[in-house]
Design a protein around this ligand. Structure first.
Ligand SMILES: Cc1ncc(COP(=O)(O)O)c(C=O)c1O
Length: 434
């Protein structure tokens, strides 16, 4: 098993102290590991990440998803190095970003034009602005448990502690103006009947339905996305796919290709920037036209700009990543690795009689500690969270890194990684079964 049995070094203990002093909670965002397994990253290579005590972890966090080629992939390193020699950013149109826009339009079925942002949170924020501009309506509908980043509209009922009756929204953060809550309607994922009722009742004020086509860990039930497409068409509302996670991951053409449903607008991120800050909104020329500065003063101009948008280093890293993913067999390999993990974990759960199930798709998966069907946020919440945390912590102690809710599978996870992961999972689950 990997070398996490080494003790934490004095240097790492000191770094963790310094982090706690200067970074709120000692962390960079909302995720935080238990104190006994917290660590400071030294470097990553391939499917592994190493901490400053020299401990190795098989990495299924993968930087929260961008690193589908693993850490420091030679093709990405070479592309970035070459671009760096020509300067790191311009705030002006450049060849790598034009090429990336073209590649996105080749791959993503709904894309004819692209507007780049630096983060996925901005991409979903501007996707909704496009929808409001086009429909001249303010409200949006999102799904309970769906995460679209940290913007004020997205931070509604992503993870409500006390969910309200649909379609009322619960803010996920303090500091969001109360008025925004009124603009967001909430529906349960995988429940077309409820969606139809809410959309029908609010169609005259609704600009768009935004959905993660694969919500966090939960696949759409057969017909759900097709149903959303039909309902939004019937009520003249736009459909936005948040493909920040699924884009270039489920398939090269993302969820649109994998599930066979084409929305009006999509937000992509993570993989498309190759591990650098880059995301994008994409849609038809007609929908995207208001971003054109020549529309300023014409009533429907969408003001959108960002200092680092269209960054050539991120574009070069993204292009190098996509080139690897276009190689024959790439997606077959990622899916096969994920399927081996899913089958192996399901077998362990059965063998040790743990009330748990594997949820997800082969590219993003996890164990959820409930034997009831998981189809939406509320059924996901019925999972035993304490056991879930113990599973995550147990794996980390055994040299397998995952975040609290999912495991990202990459092109560079090997059969040996899978075998070691299942060994660590078995050891952990044995303890949890007691
Ligand atoms: C589905 C989805 N949308 C949007 C975002 C926000 O992207 P970013 O973290 O780049 O702002 C995330 C981030 O994890 C995400 O998973």
């Amino acid at each position: 098993m990997a070398e996490t049995t080494k003790p934490r070094s004095a240097r790492e203990t000191d770094l963790l102290e310094r982090a706690r002093k200067r970074l709120p909670g000692g962390v960079l965002g909302t995720s935080r590991y238990a104190d006994d397994v917290a660590f400071v990253v030294d470097h990553g290579k391939g499917s592994k990440i190493y901490d400053v005590s020299g401990r190795e972890y098989i990495d299924y966090v993968l930087a929260s998803g961008p690193l589908i080629l693993g850490h420091a992939h030679p093709a990405v390193v070479a592309a970035v190095r070459e671009q760096m020699e020509g300067g790191s950013t311009y705030f002006l149109v450049n060849e790598p970003i034009i090429e990336l826009a073209e590649e996105i339009c080749r791959a993503v079925p709904c894309a004819e034009q692209v507007r780049f942002t630096s983060t996925g949170s901005e991409a979903t924020f501007f996707a909704l602005r496009v929808a409001r501009t086009y429909k001249k309506r303010d409200k949006i509908l999102k799904f309970e448990g769906g995460y679209h980043g940290a913007n004020d509209y997205a931070m509604m009922s992503s993870s409500p502690r006390s969910p309200k009756a649909f379609p009322a929204a619960v803010p996920d953060s303090s500091g969001i103006p109360h008025s925004i809550q009124e603009e967001v309607l909430i529906a349960p994922f995988n429940d077309l009947g409820t969606v139809e009722g809410i959309v029908a009742a609010h169609a005259s004020e609704l600009a768009a339905v935004i959905v993660e086509p694969f919500q966090r860990l939960i696949p759409p039930q057969p017909g759900f996305l097709q149903g959303l497409r039909e309902i939004t068409r019937r009520h003249d509302v736009l459909l936005v796919f948040d493909e920040v996670v699924t884009g270039f991951r489920l398939a090269y053409g993302g969820a649109q290709q994998y599930y066979g449903v084409v929305p009006d607008i999509a937000a992509v991120g993570k993989i498309v920037g190759g591990g650098f800050p880059l995301a994008a909104v994409c849609g038809s020329e007609e929908l995207m036209r208001p971003f054109d500065p020549q529309h300023d003063g014409k009533g429907d101009f969408i003001s959108q700009s960002g200092t680092l948008n269209g960054n050539p280093i991120a574009a070069a890293a993204g292009l190098a990543t996509l080139a690897e993913l276009r190689k024959p067999g790439a997606y077959d390999k990622i899916h096969a690795t994920g399927r081996a993990l899913m089958t192996g974990l399901a077998g362990l759960v059965q063998r040790y009689g743990v009330p748990a199930q594997v949820v997800g798709e082969p590219v993003v998966l996890d164990l959820v500690f409930t034997d009831q069907p998981v189809v939406d946020f509320r059924s996901l919440q019925r999972g035993d969270a304490a056991r879930g945390r113990a599973f995550t912590t147990g794996l980390i102690k055994r040299g397998v890194l995952k975040n609290g809710q999912k495991m990202y599978v990459s092109l560079v996870h090997s059969d040996d990684d899978v075998a070691r992961t299942l060994e660590a999972a078995e050891d952990t689950l044995k303890g949890l079964a007691k």
